[in-house]
Ligand binder design. Structure first.
Ligand code: NAD
Length: 543
């Protein structure tokens, strides 16, 4: 984990007493398993950020002028660079985030590769200009208009990507890669909590032409300076709290934004669930990455009829999960102390207000006594509305199990919280569909949870408090272009609605309107006759 701090070597300490301005800031990278500082990365002065954005703006037109197929060829080098750096990425991400090496590989190297492969395959087709078909839709108004239309998709210019620490590579790739494929230059502000991972990004992007993708390191002030610069489009992944601050500045500059925010995802275990699959899937979906995942399960709604058996299986499996304080474990450490504070506070508040601690909590597990940032996977029962853990995102290894009477109650309660994903656990596909249409979430899954941000063929994003816009799938690519409607007349001719407004042009418009609204064929033909008698004269009127 990293924290912003002043570098205080003896040489710089002497200088800083003379001039506070000269003091270089660094981000410290800290191994949360040991508390040891494992690296330092210089930060950018917020005052320099506007210049970086300006440089990107100069490079952007050239990058945009490369046809999508050409950009694909250049961007493919980034995927090959990932291949060269697999071990280095796993080392750094696992150490800096405190996550198991298995997860660093599976969640921070594999998904960026998959994201790229999908964009390489689909971007040229999605970004192609499209004719608006004559034969599709309402033909008559197009005939009246006498034009042909094309839709071009143009990049915005400079996209500013601001990303969090929980998947320092995957989240960054989700935010900036579609923007690059779409022809934008990008400026990326990764999280100050994981600065060495930010440096990895810089190295991975090195094969691209200079200035097309720039990584700037620093805390919130550096991110804020980028929004203020301003950029032409914002891709933000982070908390709703920061998201709304960013949107205030964005509103001032009228900068469009994609907001991927936090959630309190629900899993619904229906009465016909396969309990072996459901208990294994809910276990993983709740505790992978120590629950520090925007779409990890935080609320489990279980049908009363199978709740005892489900809980028993869940607890039995949880007892077998490996928790060593080393990179080979299955549940890793929390990444920095703020997360431990939030988790500890929410669990204490819940227990104070009457929640039952089924397993876990502050005293559980041998690792807590060592002072590491590890927190035992925790299950709560008997939670109530007045508890923070029910209302607020935890972003840690804590879930609550709530028994429900039937599907209706499960849906109602799931919809009471912000969801990126709701997973439905059942053997019946039809049962999922019956429930899914009533769920408020960006993604609904059957018998799996938490893996969909790494499915770049589908849209990824939220609704309401969990965000807006999409960062994946065709929709994710289209976020980073704006459509330009190019219109040409079929021949060199005047328009019926130009001056002069005479009897013939009025009759042409009147008969068209009647044709387009006529409820019967007879009335349509009557109007068409008047149209035919007038349109030629209207078109040839001189002014
Ligand atoms: P955060 O909001 O604290 O920080 C996110 C980023 O915003 C960081 O890079 C930070 O430096 C920057 N930032 C902070 N203040 C800023 C400001 N005023 N202007 C511009 N930038 C600023 O979030 P976090 O703790 O890094 O990440 C955890 C949150 O992210 C959780 O809520 C989690 O659910 C959410 N998240 C969402 C998704 C998703 O896809 N929806 C994915 C991962 C994480």
């Amino acid at each position: 984990m990293g924290v912003e701090a002043s570098k205080t070597t003896s040489r710089s300490r002497n200088k800083t007493t003379r001039s506070r301005k000269a003091r270089p800031k660094v981000l410290k990278s800290i191994n949360p398993r040991t508390g040891e500082v494992v690296g330092e990365v210089p930060t950018m002065d917020p005052a320099e950020v506007a210049e970086v954005v300006e440089q990107a703006r100069k490079v952007a037109p050239e990058w945009a002028s490369i046809p999508p197929e050409g950009r694909v060829r250049l961007l493919r080098r980034v995927r090959y660079r990932l291949n060269e750096m697999i071990d280095e990425i796993v080392d750094v991400v696992s150490q800096e985030c405190g996550k198991p090496r298995f997860e660093a590989l599976g969640h921070d190297v594999l998904p960026p590769a998959i994201v790229m492969m999908e964009l390489e395959r689909t971007a040229p087709r999605i970004l192609r200009s499209k004719r608006v078909g004559w034969m599709s839709g309402a033909v008559a108004p197009k005939l009246l208009s006498g034009t042909k239309s094309r839709i071009d998709l143009r990049p915005y210019g400079v996209v500013g990507a601001i990303t969090p620490w929980n998947y320092p590579l995957t989240n960054a790739f989700l935010a900036f890669m579609p923007a690059l494929f779409a022809g934008n230059a990008v400026v990326i502000k990764p999280s100050e909590v994981t600065p060495r991972s930010g440096e990895l990004l810089r190295k991975i992007l090195d094969p691209l032409p200079s200035g097309v993708a720039t990584v700037i390191q620093g805390g919130g002030a550096v991110g804020a300076a980028m929004i203020e610069a301003p950029v032409d489009k914002i891709a933000f992944i982070g908390s709703g709290f920061t998201g709304s601050k960013i949107l205030e500045t964005a509103a001032k500059h009228l900068t469009p934004a994609v907001m991927e925010l936090g959630a309190k995802d629900a899993a619904i275990v229906l009465d016909d669930a396969d309990l072996d699959i459901a208990s294994s899937g809910v276990l993983w979906g709740s505790f992978f990455n120590a629950g520090q995942t925007c779409c990890s399960i935080e609320r489990v709604f279980v049908d009363d009829s199978i709740a005892d058996e489900f809980e028993e299986m869940l607890l039995e499996k949880l007892a077998r999960v490996r928790h060593e304080n080393d990179p080979g474990s299955e549940v890793g450490s929390l990444t920095f102390s703020r997360q431990l504070d939030i988790v500890s506070r929410q669990v204490a508040d819940a227990v104070d207000k009457g929640a039952q601690l089924v397993t876990g909590g502050p005293e559980a597990g041998p690792l807590n006594s060592k002072g590491s940032l590890w927190y035992a996977p925790t299950i709560l029962r008997n939670v109530s509305e007045d508890m923070d853990v029910v209302r607020d995102e935890t972003f840690g290894p804590v879930i609550q199990i709530v028994r429900v009477r039937d599907d209706d109650e499960a849906v109602r309660r799931a919809n009471e919280g912000a969801n990126l994903t709701v997973s439905v656990w059942t053997k019946s596909s039809a049962h999922v569909d019956a429930v899914a249409t009533r769920l408020r979430a960006g993604t609904v899954t059957m018998n799996l949870h938490g893996e969909t941000p790494a499915m770049p063929w589908g849209p990824w994003g939220g609704v309401g408090e969990s965000g807006f816009g999409r960062l994946s799938g065709p929709q994710g690519l289209l976020e980073f272009v704006y459509p330009v409607h190019v219109v040409k007349p079929l021949g060199l001719m005047r328009r019926v609605w130009w001056y002069p407004y005479n009897e013939e042009s009025r009759a042409t418009l009147d008969s068209s309107t009647r044709m387009f609204t006529a409820p019967t064929l007879g009335k349509k033909l009557e109007a068409a006759k008047i149209f035919g008698a007038n349109v030629g004269k209207a078109l040839s009127s001189k002014f």
